[in-house]
Design a protein around this ligand. Structure first.
Ligand code: MLT
Length: 392
């Protein structure tokens, strides 16, 4: 028996597990010391009444023989796929129900989608970016090229015309930098992918945070994208489903390579390896995408965006360079005095009892940067910023 040696190329721990362990050690060494966590981007507000009522009703349906449900429809229930289509229609994007696949979150689908591509495919990953993209490719033994983000390009790299790759990841709004590609910039990516016959894996997990109406919230708002892009989104950051677990992946029928429909391949993959998300969750997700559900989650998102403004104001006063926080729940700052990301992590933890995410965990170009999340209770954000002002 031979193990998959790809795993040996990974860091010993996934970024957020490493942070959690460091915080646990700190707590052990400093009992009674309060730690304020602006590290992992996890929703903190309660679910809204629209979602709760729908899920309660679904639970009760399972308790009666007439309304009991067993295995669900293979791509997800039609009621939820239709709700996703309506959500896109409101953005000016027409999708067929059969192009939408319900899953348990963007992270799983973005890892699983790699089943569709030949092992020798060349992968392009912007740096810095969400670490699961790189780790899943390393596990699969693929060769990866990086595209450097920097202060100069506002962490929004564009494809050089001579760059060859089969698969490219785009995360917009970007995790960790909070930068968002403009329509013109996404047009460049789509033109590049069409010319190369490459596939864009577009992660729109944070699209609901975009405040500027001129910025695209879906790659399919760009003409030609239905021939070159798969879009992944989830209700984690849109409606507080980080614990409930529900997301969706759009694989357009126009996406054909070597004469083969990627939609059909993904359906084949999902029906073989996945048995769907629970009925209760899908009813909750349908409610989250209803008018009332969207209103309720917009109110929560406004709270997080107000948190982001509090963080931004503090950083501005303290003279930090930073980006993000305007159309995304993340703020990406440059560590002071040339410190490395982990040095700054330790300094904040020890001096302020404050946890953030070291930028180097998102890629080599993230070294010397640091991410703070606006997903926290307002009082914690205020206290964290007070500590930063007085103790840093
Ligand atoms: C993050 O903090 O980057 C995210 O919450 C992690 C995730 O979405 O898996």
């Amino acid at each position: 028996m031979k193990i998959n040696r790809g795993f040996l190329q990974l860091n010993d721990r996934y970024l957020f597990s490493r942070i959690a362990r460091k915080v646990q050690e700190y707590r052990g060494e400093h009992p009674g010391q309060e730690v304020l966590n602006l590290g992992i981007g996890d929703w903190t507000l309660p679910l809204g009444p629209a979602v709760l009522t729908a899920m309660e009703r679904a639970v009760m349906e399972l308790g009666s023989a007439e309304t009991f449900r067993g295995y669900g429809e293979e791509q997800g229930y039609a009621f939820l796929r239709q709700a996703v289509c309506r959500y896109y229609a409101a953005k000016g994007v027409e999708l067929a129900e059969s192009e939408v696949f319900i899953g348990d979150g963007a992270k799983s689908d973005m890892g699983n989608i790699l089943d569709l591509f030949a092992p020798e495919s060349t992968v392009l990953i912007p740096d810095p970016v969400y670490p699961a993209y790189l780790d899943t490719n390393i596990m699969a033994g693929r060769s990866v090229k990086f595209l450097a983000g920097s202060r100069e390009n506002r962490f929004l790299p564009l494809p050089p015309a001579d760059l060859r790759a089969d698969i490219v990841y785009i995360c917009s709004p970007n995790n960790p930098t909070g930068s968002v590609y403009s329509r013109e910039q996404l047009k460049e990516w789509v033109a590049w992918a069409l010319a190369q016959e490459a596939i864009i894996l577009f992660d729109s997990a944070y699209e609901a945070y975009i405040q500027d109406p001129d910025l695209p919230t879906s790659i399919y708002q760009i003409p030609g994208a239905q021939q070159c892009a798969i879009e992944f989104c989830s209700l984690s950051k849109t409606a507080g489903f980080t614990g409930v677990r529900c997301g969706y992946t759009v694989v357009p029928h126009g996406l054909v390579r070597d004469g083969i429909s990627l939609n059909e391949l993904w359906l084949r993959r999902q029906t073989t390896k996945f048995n769907g998300v629970s009925y209760i969750t899908q009813r909750g997700a349908e409610a989250a995408l209803s008018e009332r559900g969207l209103q309720e989650s917009r109110a929560s998102i406004s709270t997080y965006m107000a948190n982001a403004r509090v963080i931004a104001e503090t950083l501005r006063d303290l003279g930090f360079w930073f980006t993000g926080g305007e159309n995304a729940p993340y703020i990406w700052l440059q560590c002071p005095q040339g410190m490395s990301s982990w040095e700054f992590f330790d300094l904040l933890l020890h001096n302020c009892g404050l946890v953030g995410t070291p930028g180097s965990g998102f890629g080599r170009c993230g070294e010397g940067f640091f991410r703070l999340t606006a997903f926290a209770r307002r009082e914690d954000i205020s206290r964290a910023m007070e500590r930063l002002r007085s103790r840093y």
